[in-house]
Design a protein around this ligand. Sequence first.
Ligand SMILES: Cc1cc2nc3c(=O)[nH]c(=O)nc-3n(C[C@H](O)[C@H](O)[C@H](O)COP(=O)(O)OP(=O)(O)OC[C@H]3O[C@@H](n4cnc5c(N)ncnc54)[C@H](O)[C@@H]3O)c2cc1C
Length: 353
Amino acid sequence: MKRIGIVGGGLLGRLAAFVLTESGHAVEVYEKTPENPGFSILRAAAFTSAGLLSPISEKDSGGNIIFELGTKSLKLWSCLDRKIKKIIDEGLGLLLKGNLFVSSPAEVNNAVRFFNKIGFKGLPLSSGEKHTMEPNLAERLTCWIVPNEGQIYPLRALNALVIATNKLSNKSVWHFNTPVEDFGPGWIKTEKTFSNYDFVFDVRGVGAIDVGIRGVRGEVVLLDPPSNFCLSHPVRFLHPRFKIYIVPHENRRILVGSTEIESEDVSPISLQSAVDLLTVAQYVFPELSEARILSTDVNLRPASFNNQPFFQIKENLVHVNGLFRHGWLIAPALLLEVFSTLNIPLSDPAFTQ
Ligand SMILES: Cc1cc2nc3c(=O)[nH]c(=O)nc-3n(C[C@H](O)[C@H](O)[C@H](O)COP(=O)(O)OP(=O)(O)OC[C@H]3O[C@@H](n4cnc5c(N)ncnc54)[C@H](O)[C@@H]3O)c2cc1C
């Protein structure tokens, strides 16, 4: 059994804590925000995220590394979802029914160019297939399905990981509302404590400016659609100027996202961004005109100089970061690479490399 200290209880911190606890290790997670932070503070990027799991389309921005980690992670998420359902009767909110690409008639050639670039070979759906899959999609749109991809409900997953870890073992401890003041190989210091560990994981997301991380602003809008509206697949609108998706969210809500702006400004969504997101949402789903805008949100994606994920090991300290716009997509497979490089034993054969 290893004693492991984790700095940061966002996506990576919570997922690492669950996987390590399940393998019998004793984990302590230090997180500066509350367990369920509201909107009022800058919290883990994971809370704002759409939770899209789409290795094929993210190949465009992330390349082959993201595609491979993402493809592997889809299987790992399914396995984690099953495990968590057994422990707490509720899963991670994982839906792998396929993602849809849609394009306006005028942009079909650009869509095909994009598909050639990412190696996607699907054919457009017939209008009958399109209607069966998403009856509220605008008639004029051309639509393709990427099978086996999908999404995870971020809030549900973040909560479930903490609850399931607590149920597994009382050797793992969460310190919420506890900013880490300093840490190094094998030790973590907070205002009130100094603790030693076999390994320390630094997973501070945008908090890790000292390891070259920058924040990239992303804005989203949450909608309450009319009662007869349904959406069961994440839909990505293909357009040279907009990278916008419309995604089912918990409690029948719809998330429209997201901008990608080179700025660490976390002030509220700009008028221009709101107009872009909502114009596309209404164009793709005309019935959304009567949706109610419930909230908007802004957060920062943690990005490295080349927007690629990395881990750096210095004795028994490991920095894992740079998950950028792909955190949910790649986190399980990336963490397994880290555990395997550190020779941290895992009990489940599905989780050993
Ligand atoms: C608008 C938006 C949309 C996104 N959509 C998607 C998507 O559809 N699919 C996808 O795969 N990814 C998406 N992402 C990206 C994904 O959310 C991130 O890649 C992921 O959250 C990064 O995980 P992380 O654990 O590295 O960082 P985070 O989730 O940000 O967690 C870092 C944690 O460290 C804590 N922390 C920092 N410093 C300290 C300290 N000193 N002491 C204690 N705690 C500390 C922070 O409070 C935070 O809780 C999106 C992101 C945004 C902003």
